[in-house]
Design a protein. Structure first.
Lengths: 315, 279
């Protein structure tokens, strides 16, 4: 494992903004006093005239982004997920979602892997909140390669997009030269016939590790990367439900309202099969080193293996 | 202001008030009080100030207008109809299922630059429009109207800080200071006073004006035009329900629609005012 290159998706996000700036002159970036942490500072350094710090005022930042979009700018508004989706929810809903404006929200420090800052800053609810807004696209990239192309896709897409990035360095699992990204299209990372493990974000690499280990135990696990929670790739989810008969979802998010819930919404309509959800249970996080927290809250390949074994018995 | 121009604006404002009554009566709901208090202001903006074109509502370099106090949409709809953005017949279907005119402004309506209505949000969008204008070296101006109750929202002050910090002198906010909000007088509910001092402290150029005197309205906007380097706020002293005798200064007319009898009285009063203006 030591030779695997890791990089935080927030870092990839900041780099992507800078890389896209020349081609997209209308791209502007807003932040709320967290540019060093969200990595929009990378853009700021290169294009200071197109970067606007809004101060610690996320509600206004989202509204300013909306106003910029009405005049043809492509604003990326960044802060921690807790404040982007949480504090500013109603502004995102009413000033961005309702008028369906071309605003991109780059939310970093999502999930439990925020680490030591603890529960106040560990947003496990943002996917749930954002996917309830009509017309909102919700993307959760899993690594550097996926983040770079996802940010580009978001720029090229006309409409509001919520993008979720992490603080912790994530293993790079995709091959840059062969990787293809399409909004709303899931990716089968590994085939399998006994169970499908559906993952997003940081948990995608863990799911792959788990699937490999399960193979040794005689369980053939398919791994699907659902980078776009909304619109969900229903066709692929239904296909997996039919072909493997049981699904395990895994996300660094509450088990209420996130990827797992989206998958359940889908399979109950098209092909009801058991779905075992792995995520943060109905509880708040706490302080601690990110990797320890992930283990504590069951967001580990070991737990995926255990849950997958239980899931197979439900068939 | 030239007397003929003034008389003409007063006539239009009277028709806008009729449109407000027409809309809220047919909707059987809505907010006539705060709509009537901004009728003169919106008449001035749409007939004497804004660079807009009803035949080309999306004209790129047009002036922008955001009704941050979006619940007073009946006033905006009435003035847009009067200006020719859409038919006055639309006012009769305000708030009806399938109607173009929603309870609060929607960006899909011709002449509406931003959806609004959740209080405190319009001014932020107006800041974004003004910022884009600055970035692109455009000459367009951005105007936004807030309620005096609305400025109790914290987001308004986030936006106030932002506009001053970025020197958005192409932005003019108008606070409709009619002194009343749903639960009562603003001084009793949770006072936002002193309004002028607050904006001045946030780095804005502050102007006060009489909301129902076109000479004074013109004076205020002429002064606003001359300010550079900072955003301008015009605090307009207004009468909630202005123009309909039984609605004036009555908090109960914040969010109540007139019934048939009240509609007839209001229309008769406004018709009489119009007849007098037409002399």
């Amino acid at each position: 494992m030591s030779d695997i290159i890791k990089k935080a998706t927030r870092e990839s996000y900041g780099e992507a903004l800078k890389e896209l700036a020349e081609q997209y002159q209308n791209l502007v970036v807003l932040d709320a006093d967290l540019a060093a942490a969200t990595k929009t500072g990378i853009f700021k350094k290169a294009y200071p005239e197109r970067f606007f710090d809004c101060g610690i005022a996320e509600a206004n930042m989202m509204g300013v982004a909306a106003g910029l979009a009405t005049v043809g700018k492509i604003p990326f508004a960044s802060t921690f997920a807790m404040f982007a989706a949480g504090r500013a929810f109603e502004i995102v809903r009413n000033s961005i979602g309702y008028p369906h404006l071309n605003v991109k929200i780059g939310a970093t420090h999502a999930g439990i892997s925020v680490g030591e800052d603890g529960a106040t800053h560990q947003c496990n609810e943002d996917i749930a909140l954002m996917r309830t807004i009509p017309g909102m696209t919700v993307i959760v990239p899993c690594d550097d390669v996926e983040t770079k192309v996802a940010v580009r896709a978001a720029v090229e897409f006309d409409g509001p997009v919520y993008m979720r990035f992490g603080r912790l360095a994530a293993p790079i699992i995709n091959d840059k030269d062969n990787y293809k990204f399409e909004i709303g299209k899931g990716i089968v990372l590994k085939d399998g016939s006994d169970v499908t493990i559906v993952a997003c974000g940081l948990m995608t690499a863990q799911a792959l590790d788990a699937a490999k280990a399960l193979e040794a135990d005689g369980i053939s696990a398919r791994v699907v990367n659902i980078h776009t929670i909304k619109p969900l790739d229903k066709e692929l989810i239904c296909k997996c439900a039919k072909e493997t008969g049981v699904i395990v979802t895994v996300e660094e998010h509450s088990i209420i309202g996130g990827l797992g819930s989206a998958v359940c919404d889908c399979v109950t309509e098209c092909c009801p099969v058991p779905v075992v959800k792995i995520g943060v249970n109905d509880e708040f996080g706490c302080s601690g080193p990110a990797l320890d927290l992930l283990k504590k809250f069951g967001l580990s390949s070991e737990n995926i293996i255990a849950k997958a074994k239980e899931a197979v018995k439900l068939k | 202001m030239d007397a003929t121009i003034k008389r003409n604006l007063e006539k239009i404002a009277c028709k806008v008030r009729m449109g407000i009554i027409e809309g809220t009566y047919n909707a059987k709901s809505g907010h006539p009080g705060g709509s009537l208090s901004i009728a003169d202001l919106l008449t001035y903006l749409y007939f004497a100030k804004l660079n807009v074109n009803p035949k080309s509502p999306d004209m790129p370099d047009r002036d922008r207008f955001v009704l941050s106090k979006g619940h007073t949409a009946p006033a905006l709809y009435a003035v847009l109809a009067e200006r020719g953005f859409f038919s006055k017949e639309e006012l009769k279907s305000l708030r009806h299922i399938g109607a173009m005119l929603q309870g609060h402004p929607c960006i899909n309506t011709p002449g509406i630059d931003m959806s609004s209505g959740s209080l405190g949000q319009g001014i932020s969008a107006a800041c974004g429009m003004a910022l884009a204008g600055k970035m692109d070296c455009k000459d367009y101006k951005v105007y936004t109207v807030l309620g005096d109750g609305e400025i109790e929202e914290g987001q308004v002050w986030e936006a106030a800080m932002f506009a001053a910090h970025y020197g958005l002198d192409n932005l003019t906010a108008i606070v409709d200071n009619n002194g009343l909000q749903i639960d009562g007088p603003i001084s009793e509910v949770c006072s936002p006073e002193p309004i002028t001092d607050k904006f001045a402290a946030f780095g804005w150029h502050v102007i006060t004006m009489d909301a129902h005197d076109f000479d004074d309205i013109e004076r205020a906007f002429d002064e606003a035009e001359k300010i550079s380097g900072k955003p301008v706020v015009i605090v307009q002293k207004s009468i909630k329900g202005k123009g309909v005798s039984y609605m004036e200064n009555q908090v109960s007319w914040h969010g109540t629609a007139p019934n048939k009898e009240q509609y007839d009285i209001a229309m008769a009063e406004l018709n009489a005012q119009l007849m007098e203006l037409e002399g």
